[in-house]
Design a protein around this ligand. Structure first.
Ligand code: CO
Length: 136
């Protein structure tokens, strides 16, 4: 089995402080990690819910992937991230299936995890992220 857990569901927001406060007030979930990921042009916050996270994503500028996403589609679901034990194996499998990959090689994401994105056209317009944590 390649994907064994939903690692996180990522929501694009314009105002990270405001979004964190809404989730805290409405659902009682607290942000445990907040981090600028310059490589992706975002500031992200991770909010634990059970064994998974809601990831709030705010762009560092208008001319970033999430900045452009907000201009075109507005706030809302940005991607779903699957935890995988072996991201290289998962990417090799996707290549075998002919899937369009945004990242052919893993790169470093938030928290130092190895991540890769799969094109949203493969799954009805939903951007999928693969996540392999150092602890497996
Ligand atoms: Co993510």
């Amino acid at each position: 089995m390649l994907a064994y857990n939903i690692d996180h569901v990522a929501i694009a927001v314009r105002d990270l402080d405001d979004a964190i406060e809404r989730y805290r007030t409405l659902y009682g979930v607290e942000a445990i990690r907040r981090e600028i990921v310059a490589d992706q042009g975002v500031e992200e916050a991770m909010l634990p819910v059970g064994g998974s996270f809601v990831q709030l994503l705010a762009p560092l500028g208008a001319d970033t992937p999430v900045g452009r996403f907000l201009q075109v589609r507005g706030e809302g679901l940005h991607h779903v991230a699957f935890a995988v034990a072996d991201i290289n194996q998962a990417l090799a499998h996707l290549e075998t299936e002919g899937a369009r990959l945004i990242d052919r090689q893993p790169r470093r994401g938030g928290g130092g995890a190895r991540i890769a994105f799969v094109h949203p056209k493969e799954t009805a317009g939903t951007l999928i992220e693969l996540v392999e944590h150092d602890d497996g």
